[in-house]
Design a protein around this ligand. Structure first.
Ligand code: PLP
Length: 426
């Protein structure tokens, strides 16, 4: 395939936008080469600026679970736009979306809308701190909760007991309140809780991780977290920005059978427009301004375009829950197809999958946390990524990202994808 125009557009973008992109992973740093500029998309397909058609496995990193330019969503946005795009005053549609979301997720009473997953997670920990009167939080190495200061902390040696900032600009003062544990390792959590007795407001986790590839929580781990939180008076926050309204109506909570205290949403809940949200039972949410003292606000929060897209999306998912099963089956089909092909190739690999989230890692050992994910062979991954791209398959341009299937992908698209893998010399 030819990507001449994309490369020219990228060169121009780099003159005016840092790195040529407005979100780093788009820049292909992990795989090399120039990113592809999209012109338009419909259903399962992206059409780029050079006229190539690509089967899309990222769905805008999750939101477009029913495919691109899904008509009920697009129509809802168009109709709303004609009536004004933002008022800074309350509108009925905010309550409609809130009511629907609360009805789909069993253990929440109230929800607050924001503009991104980052804002949702940032506000959720502020609320947890305000509610518990404690400062520290525990997060897991390799989990992403947006780019606010408290979360840009990663594992280094000794980091399990002492957080250190891993982005310049995050102060030591902020970093020291973020404690790092290991995913799927309950002991690492117990040690932190013991060493910081009575100081921890919340444990935040991606209940099924998608930002170090797709990683599935062990039963005893996720249930153990719930138990520790209940015993210690710590709030359990599930960051369901990826998993919410993707792994089922009730998200990962429902799929795993574990209840969190605060939920963060994003991606699917906005139907492709900028929406995030956080939610909890009423006694926690009542601490939020203007009902309570924990401040949080937003000029464009709950704006009618975003709410219309979210409402149309959740209405579809609520009315046709078979979609989740359909996605699960399609992703299982891809899983099996890839498994058969990679086995024949005889190189080390792991495939992780939960529902419609899946990732391939070129490594011998099971991928259960950040460390084991980081062992993946990136040279093989690059060959795999570019080899698939050459054949019109758009995979996440990093081994640390989950693929997100959308229901517009057909079985023949999946066959084309599996055949493309067959042709690769890895
Ligand atoms: C995408 C993501 C975020 C951040 O959401 P933005 O809308 O990009 O700010 C937070 N948490 C998880 C789990 C995510 O996948």
């Amino acid at each position: 395939m030819i990507y001449k125009r994309s490369s020219a557009l990228f060169a121009e973008a780099q003159k005016y936008i840092p790195g040529g992109v407005n979100s780093p992973v788009r820049a292909f740093k992990a795989v090399g080469g120039d990113p592809i500029f999209v012109k338009e998309a419909k259903g399962a397909y992206l059409y780029d600026e050079d006229g190539n058609r690509l089967i899309d496995y990222i769905a805008s990193w999750g939101p477009l679970i029913l495919g691109h330019a899904y008509e009920p969503v697009i129509n809802a946005v168009i109709e709303k736009a004609k009536k004004g795009t933002s008022f800074g005053m309350p509108t009925e549609i905010e309550t409609e979306l809130a009511k629907l979301a609360v009805s789909m997720v069993p253990n929440i009473d109230k929800i607050r809308f924001v503009n991104s997953g980052t804002e949702a997670c940032m506000s959720a920990i502020r609320l947890a701190r305000g509610y518990t009167g404690k400062d520290k939080i525990i997060k897991f190495a390799g989990c992403y909760h947006g780019h606010s200061d408290s979360f840009l902390i990663q594992a280094g040696s000794g980091a399990v007991t002492f957080g250190s900032p891993n982005s310049p600009g995050v102060t030591q003062g902020t970093a020291k309140d973020t404690l790092l544990a290991k995913y799927n390792d309950l002991q690492s959590v117990r040690e932190l809780v013991r060493a910081n007795d009575g100081e921890i407001a919340a444990i935040i986790i991606e209940p099924v991780a998608g930002n170090m590839g797709c990683i599935i929580p062990k039963d005893e781990f996720i249930n153990g977290l719930r138990q520790i939180c209940t015993e210690e008076g710590i709030l359990l926050i599930f960051d369901e920005v990826m998993t919410g309204f993707r792994l089922g109506k009730g998200g990962a909570q429902e799929a795993l059978g574990v209840d969190a205290d605060i939920l963060c949403f994003g991606k699917v809940i906005g139907g492709g427009l900028p929406v995030g949200a956080f939610a909890a039972r009423a006694d926690i949410m009542s601490h939020l301004a203007p009902e309570g003292p924990v401040y949080q606000a937003g000029t464009l929060s709950g704006n009618p375009l975003a709410m219309a897209a979210g409402l149309a999306m959740l209405t579809e998912l609520n009315g046709t829950p078979e979609v989740f099963e359909s996605l699960d089956k399609k992703t299982a089909y891809l899983h099996e197809g890839f498994d058969t092909v990679l086995k024949e190739k005889g190189l080390p690999y792991q495939i992780n999958r939960f529902g419609s989230m899946i990732s391939v890692h070129f490594t011998e050992d099971p991928v259960v946390d950040f460390e084991t994910s980081a062992k993946g062979n990136n040279d093989t991954f690059k060959k795999y990524f570019h080899g698939m791209l050459e054949q019109g398959i758009y995979l996440p341009p990093s081994a640390f990202e989950s693929y997100f299937l959308n229901d517009a992908i057909s079985y023949s698209d999946l066959d084309v994808t599996i055949d493309a893998l067959k042709k690769l010399d890895l």
